[in-house]
Structure formats: structure tokens, C-alpha cells
Design a protein around this ligand. Structure first.
Ligand code: FAD
Length: 377
């Protein structure tokens, strides 16, 4: 195959696509805006599902390497009410279908599986121009440019490639996630470490919650979820001590070991307003360009985003390998599967958010986990 396959973004979606193409003997180039692989922290634990993320790792020929990354005990889940009473707890019996791995480690094995020249770091896309016949001229901030025969937007939430296909823009969901970290937790924060346990912990109430998981090295990584207006997001200085005081006040009266996950953070809190593309985002076929991962279907955190990114990358890679001389057929086949897949996950996300933070929380979450209200996400 002599066509120039240009992938924008070296996240999980772009790297999986490049890897699956490589497995099939097809070369591609990944252009990434970050200057190097470790320019940014890659975030916490991801549960990788047997019906999408794990299948992608198999297609990438990396399943064995993936199993070496699994955090033992990571699948145990607990649910608390705000007083710190355990409402639900499952056991880790080794038969779980969604093992936990560190996102940075998953990205590392994908990167290490590619020829070194595949990823071009420090290439931030600034402009894309259609040349007709499915070709695109892509220009980078460093002055370089390239002409693609196939351009794949794996460039995440704020994708530049997406504007070639659709006018859709991410919209603020009304929720802010605040991330905190307790280090050496078993020694320094034993009550919180005991509350989180070996896996994940959800303490939720209508409109808010404290969600935490244990990472290797006795780290407790917490996501505090709050409802806030768009005006609040625009007018708040996230570095000001007053804003973390406001977050703490939101959880006044909650059990001390839960509250300590916020108050005792060993690193400054990170604020993440949550954005989503319109549910069931789709586009009409335009020659020579498509999207994978968040660029295609950014949703509020739902436990599926990274899994779908891996899966999209693998599915597109296989579609190209099946139609090596007919890129349009490959893209048409890929998108025909992609759109219903996204519609299904969008519908599940609505239900999951209501389950987590709706008026019946935390009992709605307990019901879901006990299979009374089955939701996959
Ligand atoms: C708080 C939070 C928690 C989450 N937890 C989970 C979870 O537990 N499980 C789960 O499955 N998912 C989770 N997700 C979702 C998951 O992180 C994403 O869905 C997934 O990372 C998307 O991967 P991606 O490769 O599509 O995009 P990204 O990982 O965003 O990668 C995009 C890449 O493109 C690069 N890029 C962007 N613009 C340009 C440009 N102009 N030029 C060149 N390069 C560019 C970026 O630097 C980046 O490296 C969570 C998300 C958030 C915000």
C-alpha cells in the first residue's frame, strides 16, 4: 500500500490504529502535538472491558503484554452513602471481565510496539486544507506540512480534523470533576486507604459524588464530581484557595475518611469541566478523512471512552487492511459500525449519569451493581 496514512494524535485511539496497521504490514505516521511521550501525565486507572478494549489489544497483538499490566484486586467496587456506611461491596474472585490498568502503561506498550519513526512528536496541527480526490494538506505549528491520502482525526475532544466532517462542537455538561491524590496512603492516610480498599469506591448523592480508586504504589486518586453552571466555570480562578474551600464545603457533614480524600490531597487539585459532543454525533462520508476515539464521540466520563478509543482504532485498522486498495470502502464500512456503536453508548451514558448522580443516588447505583437495573457502562 503506497498511500500516505496520516493519523493526528498519539492517544490510545491513534496509537492502536497505527499498531493494528503495522501488524498488517501497513505503514502510517502519527503526528502528535506534545513534544515527547512523557510531556504530560497520562491519568489514572482504566478498566478495560472484554467486549471492546481487550478485543482491540488482541487485534494489536498486545494482549499478553496487556495482562502484565493488570492491577491485582483493582476490580473490587464499593459504594458508600455520605455517612460512610458501606451499601455495596463485591469480591475479587479473579473472574472479572474489566481489569484495571494504568493509562500511562497502556499507552507505553502501544508506543513501544511501533517502529520509532512512526510517531512524530512536536507536530501540532494548525491548518488542514482539502486538495480534492480525498487528499488533504496538513500544516503544523513547527512549519512542517504533509499531504495525506487518508487523514484520521485521533486528536481528542477538541479535534481539528473534526471540522472537515461536521460542525459539532463539545458542549459543557454542567459537571466539573476535581482530581486529588493521596500518596503513601496506607501509611499516611490509613482511614481513607481502608475506605477505598483495593479497587474503586463510589460515595454518591444527588448532584455530587466522591469517586476514588487505588493506584499501584499506595496512591489514592479521587475524582470529586460537582454540578456547576457554565458561568461559574468561566468566572472561577481554579488556582485560588477559595475554590477548593468551596468544594470542601459542598461535602460538609460527609464521613471524615471520605472528606479527607479532598482535604488531605498531596498535590494541588486539578479542575476539569466536563464536555460532551452531541449524543449520536455522526457525519456524511467525505473522501479521505475520518475520526476515531473522543474526536468522534466525546462523552462525559462513562467508563467507556478509553475502551472505545482502543476499539475504534483497531476496527479502522482492520477495515483498511481488508480493503487496502480501496480506502473509501474501508471508511464506509468502519463508519457503518461506528455510528450505531456510539448511539448505544450515548444512550447508556445518559442512564449511567442518572444512576450515579440522579435523585435516587446512591441507591440507584447499588441497584445497578446488584443487577436490578442493568447498565453496562
Ligand atoms: C476525568 C476523566 C476520567 C476518565 N476515566 C475514564 C475511565 O475510567 N475509563 C475510560 O474508558 N475512559 C475514561 N475517560 C475517557 C478517556 O480518557 C478518553 O475517552 C480517551 O482517552 C480518548 O482517547 P483518544 O485517543 O481518543 O483521545 P486523547 O487521549 O485525548 O488523545 C488525543 C491526542 O491528540 C493530541 N492532539 C490534540 N490536538 C492535536 C493537534 N492539533 N495536533 C496534534 N496532536 C493533537 C493530544 O495531545 C493527544 O495526545 C476519562 C476521561 C476523563 C476526562
Amino acid at each position: 500500500m503506497t498511500k500516505n496514512i496520516t493519523i493526528i494524535g498519539a492517544g490510545l485511539a491513534g496509537l492502536t490504529l497505527a499498531r493494528v496497521l503495522h501488524v498488517h504490514g501497513i505503514a502510517s505516521t502519527v503526528y502528535e502535538g506534545d513534544p515527547s511521550a512523557d510531556a504530560r501525565l497520562q491519568g489514572g486507572m482504566l478498566d478495560i472491558h472484554d467486549y471492546n478494549g481487550q478485543l482491540a489489544m488482541k487485534d494489536a497483538g498486545l494482549y499478553e503484554a496487556f495482562t502484565q499490566l493488570i492491577h491485582p484486586g483493582g476490580e473490587v467496587t464499593r459504594v458508600y452513602n455520605k455517612s460512610g456506611e458501606v451499601l455495596f461491596q463485591d469480591v475479587e474472585d479473579g473472574t472479572g471481565n474489566r481489569p484495571e490498568v494504568l493509562r500511562g502503561e497502556l499507552r507505553r506498550i502501544l508506543l513501544e510496539s511501533l517502529p520509532t519513526e512512526t510517531v512524530k512528536w512536536g507536530h501540532k496541527v494548525t491548518n488542514i486544507r482539502s486538495l480534492g480526490n480525498g487528499q488533504h494538506a496538513v500544516t503544523f505549528a513547527n512549519g512542517a506540512s504533509v499531504t495525506s491520502h487518508l487523514l484520521v482525526g485521533a486528536d481528542g475532544a477538541w479535534s481539528k480534523v473534526r471540522s472537515l466532517l461536521s460542525d459539532a462542537k463539545p458542549v459543557y455538561t454542567g459537571n466539573v470533576y476535581v482530581e486529588t491524590w493521596l500518596h503513601d496512603a496506607d501509611n499516611r492516610h490509613p482511614a481513607s486507604a481502608l475506605a477505598v480498599g483495593g479497587g474503586s469506591m463510589f460515595a454518591v448523592a444527588p448532584g455530587k459524588g466522591i469517586l476514588a480508586h487505588r493506584e499501584p504504589g499506595s496512591v489514592l486518586h479521587t475524582y470529586v464530581c460537582l454540578s456547576r453552571s457554565e458561568a461559574w466555570v468561566s468566572n472561577t480562578d481554579f488556582k485560588s484557595p477559595a475554590v477548593i474551600a468551596e468544594v470542601i464545603a459542598e461535602f460538609e457533614g460527609w464521613a471524615p475518611e471520605l472528606l479527607a480524600l479532598i482535604t488531605d490531597s498531596d498535590a494541588p487539585a486539578t479542575f476539569r469541566p466536563v464536555y460532551s459532543l452531541p449524543y449520536e454525533h455522526r457525519w456524511s462520508r467525505i473522501p479521505g478523512v475520518t475520526l476515531v476515539g473522543d474526536a468522534s464521540h466525546l462523552l462525559a466520563p462513562n467508563g467507556e471512552g478509553a475502551n472505545l478509543a482502543l476499539f475504534d482504532g483497531a476496527e479502522l485498522g482492520k477495515a483498511i487492511a481488508t480493503h487496502p486498495d480501496d480506502i473509501e470502502s474501508a471508511l464506509a464500512y468502519y463508519e457503518k459500525q461506528l455510528f450505531p456503536r456510539c448511539a448505544f453508548v450515548s444512550a447508556e451514558t445518559k442512564v449511567l449519569l442518572e444512576t450515579l448522580f440522579g435523585s435516587a443516588a446512591p441507591h440507584s447505583l447499588v441497584d445497578m451493581l446488584m443487577g436490578i437495573q442493568p447498565v453496562r457502562g
